[in-house]
Design a protein around this ligand. Structure first.
Ligand code: F6P
Length: 330
């Protein structure tokens, strides 16, 4: 028997946008908890299920064969009700009903701010695992799903490049990320984009102007990567603006959308999800509360919830500098 254990029963849920690797994390949490002699409940539909009582026991075999699946077997939701004190009170009643004395929440910063409020109000030890394709959470260099989403975007853009170069067209490609531009920046680098437009920097607009001037002369095709949260209002708006300024250019728009959230998790997402899942259970057994499991310099860290919420990671300027060195039209 594990000496550290005071907790007997944990609940695990996935919340916010799904991300590849969430299932691998659910599997790791469940099996690590069972290994330490704990009982595990899966909460369906995130905080929504906590409030409505959609809660079921999870055994080792329940999480068998899910590691490679995208999405989340626990389903997910964005719960407005959990933002209210009444919603959290109903959620607490369900924890009492099922004897759940600690929670693992897999999700983004919005999910952690809910977890933080709940954990404070009801003294429920709660540990978060960062899961979002946006990779926009402070205190961790990695969030589950980011690597898979990056590869999904790259695969799509590689295909678009074939048609772009055949027609000599410019494609404006919109990538997800909410207010964060890291997914657009990294995939822009990986796809050799001519300009990368993200909310955190104005440099992409200058690159775009330079590229358009170059394109008018040479008519070579081009890829402009745009983060959905950019200041111009996304790929459609930016392409419209460019079209009205340069009607002679052959411009097309491709909004990749939710396909970026799906698919089998990459090797990195499976391994990190497994590390984080095991670390989350360890943290609870070590009496940690209100923390997120992070990954910094490839090492597991514990980050207090108040350091993870509402603060986006800053963008690596070095990636922009690299982009300039490599662009052929400078
Ligand atoms: O946070 C993940 C994410 O996919 C963002 O990149 C995107 O802005 C948002 O979720 C979309 O949310 P929904 O699926 O609720 O439309």
């Amino acid at each position: 028997m594990d000496k550290r254990r005071e907790i007997k029963t944990i609940g695990v849920l996935t919340s916010g946008g799904d991300a590849p690797g969430m299932n691998a994390a659910v599997r790791a949490v469940t099996r690590a908890a069972i290994h330490h002699g704990l009982q595990v409940y899966g909460v369906m539909y995130g905080y929504h299920g906590l409030i409505s009582g959609e809660i079921r026991p999870l055994t080792s075999s329940d999480v068998s064969g899910i590691m490679h699946q995208g999405g989340t077997i626990l389903k997910t939701a964005r719960s407005e009700e959990f933002r209210t004190t009444e919603g959290r009170a109903a959620a607490y009643q369900n924890l009492v009903k099922y004897g759940i004395d600690a929670l693992v929440v897999i999700g983004g910063d919005g999910s952690f701010s809910g977890a933080s409020a709940f954990s404070k109000e009801y003294d429920i030890p709660t540990v978060g695992i960062p899961g979002t394709i946006d990779n926009d959470i402070s205190g961790t260099e990695y969030t589950l799903g980011y690597d898979t989403a990056m590869n999904t975007v790259i695969e799509a853009v590689d295909k678009i490049k074939d048609t772009a170069s055949s027609h000599g067209r410019i494609f404006f490609i919109e990538v997800m990320g909410r207010e964060a531009g890291l997914l657009a920046l990294s995939t822009g680098i990986a796809c050799g984009a001519e300009a990368i437009i993200i909310p955190e920097s104005d440099e992409g607009y200058k690159d775009l102007e330079k590229f358009l001037a170059h394109y008018k002369e040479k008519k070579s095709s081009g890829i402009v990567m745009i983060a959905e949260g950019d200041k111009a209002g996304g790929a459609l708006k930016l392409a419209e603006r460019v079209n009205s300024e340069y009607p002679e250019l052959d411009v097309r728009v491709s909004i990749l959308g939710h396909m970026q959230r799906g698919g089998n998790p990459s090797g990195i997402d499976r391994v990190v999800a497994t590390q984080m899942g095991v670390a989350a259970v360890d943290a609870l057994l070590d009496d940690q509360k209100s923390i997120m499991i992070g990954l910094v310099n490839n090492k597991i860290t514990h980050v207090p919830f108040n350091k993870t919420v509402k603060a986006n990671r800053s963008i690596d300027q070095n990636l922009f500098d690299i982009q300039k060195v490599l662009n052929k039209w400078y």
